[in-house]
Write a protein that binds this ligand. Structure first.
Ligand code: PGA
Length: 248
C-alpha cells in the first residue's frame, strides 16, 4: 500500500497568496513521487485550490466537518459540500478540536456522516500524557470504541486511524515520541479493533503517526510500521515537507 503523507495546515497560512505558493511548491514535489500519496488538508477557505489546480497528484482533505446532514447551522460545513469540492479525506478527533469541546460522541457522528458521503475519515486518537501505570492504554481504547460506535465492519475498511499523542504535538510538545512507543500503540490499536471487528478487518486499517514529525524522525516511524505520517508545522514549509517526503 502507498504510504500516506498528510499535511495538516491547521489555521495557516494567513492569506490565499501564501497558500497558493505552498500548494504550487508541493505540486512540483508531488510530480516525482512513487509509492506515496500526499493529502493536503487546508483550512476551509483554501479548499478550492484543490479544484482550480487540475490534474494534480495531490489529494484533497479537510480538517473538520459538521456532524449533521442538513439544516441551518450558521458557520458550519456539511460533508456533502466537501464531497462536491472533491474532498476525499476529513480529519476528525484532532486534539486541538477536542480541546474546543468536541467529544467522542460528536466525533462519532462526524465519522458516520463522513462515511455516508464516501469520504474517508482520518480519526485522531491519543492520550494527553503518559503515565507509568499504563492508564493511557484504556484511555485510548475508550476513544476508539466511542468514536467508532455503530460503524459496521464494512465501513471500518474506509477508516484510517492516526495515533497522535497530545504531549508530542506542536511547538509546546513535551518531547518527541519514540518508535517503540508508536509500535506498542499500533499493536494495541489493532488488538482493540480486532476484538470488535475480527483480526482480518483490523489488520487492513492503516495506522498513521502524527506529532512533531520532521525529516529526521519520518523514516524511523515508517520503518517501524507507520502506514503514513500526519504532519503539522513542517507541512507549511515546502522545503521541510519535501525532506519528509524524500526521507523514506
Ligand atoms: P505538529 O502537528 O507536526 O506540528 O506536531 C501535528 C498535528 O497536530 O497533527
Amino acid at each position: 500500500m502507498d504510504k500516506l503523507i498528510i499535511a495538516n495546515w491547521k489555521s495557516n497560512p494567513k492569506s490565499i497568496k501564501e497558500a497558493r505558493v505552498i500548494w504550487n511548491d508541493i505540486l512540483k514535489i508531488s510530480k516525482n513521487i512513487k509509492n506515496k500519496k500526499i493529502i493536503i488538508c487546508p483550512p476551509f477557505p483554501f479548499i478550492f485550490l484543490g479544484n482550480v489546480i487540475k490534474n494534480s497528484k495531490i489529494i484533497l482533505g479537510a480538517q473538520s466537518v459538521f456532524p449533521e446532514a442538513e439544516g441551518s447551522y450558521t458557520g458550519e460545513v456539511f460533508a456533502n459540500m466537501l464531497k462536491s469540492m472533491n474532498v476525499n479525506y476529513v480529519i476528525v478527533g484532532h486534539s486541538e478540536r477536542r480541546k474546543l469541546g468536541e467529544t467522542d460522541e460528536y466525533i462519532n457522528k462526524q465519522i458516520l456522516t463522513t462515511i455516508k458521503n464516501k469520504i474517508t475519515p482520518i480519526l485522531c486518537i491519543g492520550e494527553i500524557r503518559r503515565d507509568h501505570d499504563g492508564r493511557y492504554l484504556p484511555f485510548v481504547k475508550e476513544q476508539i470504541l466511542k468514536c467508532l460506535d455503530g460503524v459496521s465492519r464494512l465501513n471500518l475498511k474506509n477508516i484510517m486511524i492516526a495515533y497522535e499523542p497530545v504531549w508530542a504535538i506542536g511547538k509546546n510538545a513535551v518531547r518527541e515520541a519514540t518508535s517503540e512507543e508508536f509500535v506498542e500503540m499500533k499493536i494495541y490499536i489493532k488488538k482493540v479493533l480486532s476484538d470488535v471487528y475480527g483480526v482480518k478487518v483490523a489488520q487492513s486499517i492503516p495506522i498513521i503517526y502524527g506529532g512533531s514529525v520532521n525529516s529526521k524522525n519520518a523514516k524511523i516511524f515508517i520503518e517501524n510500521g507507520a502506514d503514513g505520517l500526519l504532519v503539522g508545522r513542517d507541512s507549511l514549509s515546502p522545503k521541510k515537507f519535501r525532506e519528509i517526503i524524500n526521507a523514506f
